[in-house]
Design a binder for this molecule. Structure first.
Ligand code: ARG
Length: 437
């Protein structure tokens, strides 16, 4: 059944019908569509546009459709889109009274409502997953609060702790959650009642449906209400940033689990083997997360491009929002869950971290700080320590392995207390560095 056959004299071409149909993907909105319709019908009755009896008949029809879909008794197929599917099924079930459902409504405000409701619910779910991941990261850091090398340019730089390194990601995912919640706050306005673009002559009550459906308020402008997809762009942008963070963390896990680093061991359950090289254990979960990041960026770019040339108000181009958004949502949720599980089972190699700390002159900056405390200008101290590093390299030792005579051979300011000052564990008892613990 079509909802719009009246003015047409020819059948729709089959190719066109398939091309135009969004049902294969927008069937995912069945619950939001039915919930929105129920609120709409309640509002129509309250406003005297439908009778109480009509309202009851339509509501119970819609409720049984929802129940049948959820119990697998009703397959969603054979219509142009989910809105058409629900309405035609309703008419089949309850007869002519079902034709009154669409009073004072267009599919334009209907689809805008469905997508906002879907975005709200799922955005909250992603925010909860970010919270969980943040907790896992914190626990992993606290359980493995060992010294490790911190890097810049992927070269050993200064001593940090594994916990401090992990808590950097905790901060990132914390911001991601805030960003997402902020976007949910901005989108929290109901477009139902905007009609096709210009409202309706009936005295409907948009504030009533907005409240019933859990929105803060109805949208201010009808034309904007039906053509706004900013909230999807904002969510795709938040998803892209989440994926960028997940990808950076994945990259570290891949590097850290290599034989060259051996800082961590990814659990067998999240790795795979090679079909030819029997010794291989590959960090596929992390690599897939890194790879899928491109897909989510693609959805953001695709959606921005789709929206950029569309005149007001609704245009069919906007139907393209769904596959891109659904795919990005499914990708980000899959990546968040697998990262969470992978981190829960990650083993951290304390001893390897410790020997890496010993090997990279990671206390060189502290030696310079020591000289500054003795009154040497930092730029001069920097040069002196550079000479000490050359000396160590020629001898194949660490700075703390040099004798006081050897240190004094480079600069006279060193006394016995240098060894405590540059001890890797002691470094954290100084100034702002305490916060690294
Ligand atoms: N399937 C459409 C979409 O997803 C629903 C709205 C159609 N409205 C219209 N006037 N053709 O955007």
């Amino acid at each position: 059944m079509k909802l719009w056959g009246g003015r047409f004299q020819k059948e729709e071409n089959k190719l066109m019908e398939d091309f135009n149909s969004s049902l294969p993907f927008d069937k995912r909105l069945y619950k939001q569509d039915i919930t929105g319709s129920i609120a709409h019908v309640q509002m129509l009755a309250k406003s005297g546009i439908l009778t109480e009896v009509e309202k009851e008949q339509i509501m119970s029809g819609l409720e049984t459709i929802l129940k049948d879909i959820e119990e697998g008794k009703l397959l969603i197929e054979g219509s142009e889109d989910i809105h058409t599917f629900v309405e035609s099924n309703l008419i089949q079930r309850i007869g002519d009274v079902g034709k009154k459902l669409h009073t004072s409504r267009s599919r334009n405000d209907q689809v805008a409502l469905d997508m906002r409701m879907f975005a709200k619910e799922n955005g909250q779910m992603v925010a909860d997953m970010l919270e969980d991941l943040g907790e896992t990261i914190k626990r992993l850091g606290e359980e493995n609060n060992y010294l490790m090398p911190g890097y810049t340019h992927l070269q050993r730089a200064q001593v940090v702790t594994f916990k401090h390194h992990m808590m950097a990601y905790n901060s990132m995912f914390g911001r991601d959650k805030k960003r997402l919640l902020n976007c949910l706050d901005i989108l929290d306005e109901s477009p139902l009642g905007c009609g096709a673009l210009a409202g309706t002559t009936h005295s409907i009550d948009r504030a009533y449906t907005a409240e019933k459906l859990g929105f803060k308020k109805p949208v201010d402008n009808f034309m904007d209400g039906v053509s706004d997809r900013d909230y999807l762009l904002e969510m795709l942008s938040s998803f892209s940033i989440i994926m960028m963070h997940l990808s950076r963390l994945s990259e570290e896990l891949i590097i850290w689990s290599s034989q060259e680093f051996r800082f961590v061991q990814i659990d067998d359950a999240y790795a795979t083997g090679s079909s030819i090289m029997p010794q291989k254990k590959n960090p596929d979960a992390a690599e897939l997360i890194r790879g899928k990041t491109g897909r989510v960026y693609g959805a953001l770019m695709g959606m921005l491009t789709t929206m950029k040339g569309i005149p007001l108000a609704y245009n069919k181009d906007m139907q393209e929002d769904k596959q891109q958004f659904f795919d990005a949502l499914d990708t980000v949720t899959a990546c968040l869950s697998i990262m969470n599980e992978m981190l829960k089972t990650l083993k951290v190699n304390k001893d390897v971290l410790r020997s890496a700390v010993k090997a990279g002159f990671l206390n060189a900056t502290e030696v310079a700080d020591y000289l500054v405390n003795k009154g040497v200008a930092f730029r001069d101290a920097h040069k002196i320590v550079g000479e000490i590093v050359i000396l160590c390299e020629s001898k194949g030792v660490a700075i703390e392995d040099l004798s006081l005579e050897e240190l004094n051979g480079v600069d006279p300011n060193f006394t016995e207390d240098i060894y405590d000052f540059i001890d890797y564990d002691q470094v954290f008892n100084k100034g702002i560095k305490r916060e690294l613990l």
